[in-house]
Design a protein around this ligand. Structure first.
Ligand SMILES: [Zn+2]
Length: 435
């Protein structure tokens, strides 16, 4: 396949941004980027009038909640926990997880997100995990399935729980997600020292490392969790490493940010949620920059916010600028620009998930996860700077075409996946759960 005549933002420092540029894809891999490439025998995808971008990478989303989207927009963090974990979560059947994940993955693809880290803490039974994975696979998105804990018997699993993570993740690793080069891969979505004992965390991380998978943990989400200094606890126990991603870290201390940087761990930010949901704190987007930490963006939960990363880029940049204004007299922080925020949503996210050598930029040798945006639309034309246009004004409605691993998942503004089926399943699940 040859994408022709696009305004290509490669995200690759060596290739930069090129007008009237082609992208050649062979067997799902990008093999060349440049003007006037040989089109002999290629299927042509005309990108005239389009911006051609690397697909966005969403580093943390509770996709299972997507069928009850907008349920928690007026809630603070504590009441969100009560609603989703205390009340609804235990009621989830495997088919509810499938419905939420299919809808959430398709809405991500619709918005140009080509890689999704599904942070799935609804493992009420092995069948729940199987259905979560099946929906991700059926959607066609590149996904990292984050295996979490059950929401049935919840008090047994949180609040200083000494229970280790369920061993069913071993079955999933061996039987379902053993191939780290497949479209759907595995991580541990662990409770960490804020929700379980340090011994339980230590056992969970040992299991993840034995299985050869990365681990993601929510950290410092709100002042109560921040005061537990869980990242410092991990460091003291010798457990910090580059295979760990911490979500939010909004109330983690600067000392802990230094530890994250020193051990090469990464952070998944969710600016819309961090700024918008009372009780989380403030997005630490200025601090990931100041401490030089690998970071990506995420859409967290559709019960509160939008499915797309355009929103996260925009809120993140605005939050950063307001933080700079507040702190100008105290700090001389390096400023984020639109290109830096765009990088968080693409290569930064890929690095955060440990997929940075496979996706995140339009570099020859990487998998072909590509997004075409109609730059002729009323909100984008005329383009002064393509990255500025994307970060400041673009929305999912501008996404014309989406390729994942070289396969077309959206074309002419229409998803190729079965959105009608996702709608039917999600409607039934929504009715039952909220009824
Ligand atoms: Zn989360």
């Amino acid at each position: 396949m040859l994408i022709t005549n696009g305004h290509v933002v490669t995200g690759d420092p060596a290739l930069g941004t090129q007008e009237a540029c082609d992208v050649l894809i062979e067997d799902g891999r990008i093999t060349a980027v440049g003007p006037q490439l040989d089109r002999e025998g290629a299927e042509i995808l005309d990108a005239t009038g389009m911006l051609v971008l690397p697909g966005f990478v969403d580093t943390h989303k509770h996709t299972w909640q997507s069928a009850v989207r907008h349920r928690c927009t007026e809630l603070d963090l504590r009441t969100y926990f009560g609603e989703m974990f205390g009340r609804l979560g235990a009621q989830y059947r495997p088919e509810d997880v499938y419905a939420g994940n299919l809808l959430g993955a398709l809405s991500a693809l619709d918005a140009g997100t080509t890689t999704l880290m599904d942070w799935s803490h609804v493992q009420n039974s092995p069948a729940h995990s199987d259905q979560a994975i099946a929906a991700l696979q059926d959607s066609g998105i590149r996904a990292v399935f984050g295996h979490g804990w059950p929401l049935t018997d919840l008090p047994e699993w949180i609040g200083g729980s000494s229970r280790p993570h369920t061993s069913d993740v071993r079955r999933i690793r061996h039987d379902l997600l053993s191939d780290d080069h497949a479209l759907v891969t595995l991580q541990l979505a662990a409770r960490g020292p804020e929700l379980s004992t340090l011994d339980a965390t230590s056992a969970d991380l040992a299991m993840a490392r034995e299985l050869g998978i990365r681990t993601s943990i929510h950290m410092g989400c709100g002042p109560d969790f921040g005061a537990m200094a869980a990242i410092a606890q991990l460091e003291k126990a010798g457990l910090l490493g580059p295979d760990l991603t911490f979500v939010h870290c909004s109330e983690s201390s600067n000392v802990e940010f230094e530890l994250i940087a020193a051990h090469g761990a990464s952070i998944a930010l969710a600016p819309q949620h961090e700024q918008g949901m009372p009780g989380i704190g403030h997005t630490p987007i200025d601090r990931v920059r100041a401490f030089g930490i690998t970071a990506g963006l995420s859409s967290d939960t559709e019960t509160f916010g939008a499915a797309d990363l355009f929103t996260q880029m925009r809120v993140g940049l605005v939050a950063h600028r307001s933080q700079l204004a507040e702190r100008r007299t105290q700090h001389d922080l390096p400023a984020f620009g639109v290109a830096d925020v765009f990088r968080l949503a693409t290569q930064g996210g890929a690095d955060t998930l440990g997929l940075g050598d496979r996706v995140g930029s339009l570099s020859p040798g990487k998998r072909a996860d590509v997004v075409l945006l109609r730059a002729t639309d009323s909100n984008l034309f005329p383009v002064t700077d393509p990255v500025a246009a994307v970060v400041s004004s673009a929305h999912p409605g501008n996404v014309d075409t989406v390729l994942v691993d070289g396969v077309v998942r959206k074309r002419g503004g229409v998803l190729t996946g079965d959105l009608a089926r996702a709608r039917t399943l999600a409607s039934a699940s929504h009715r039952r759960l909220l009824g």
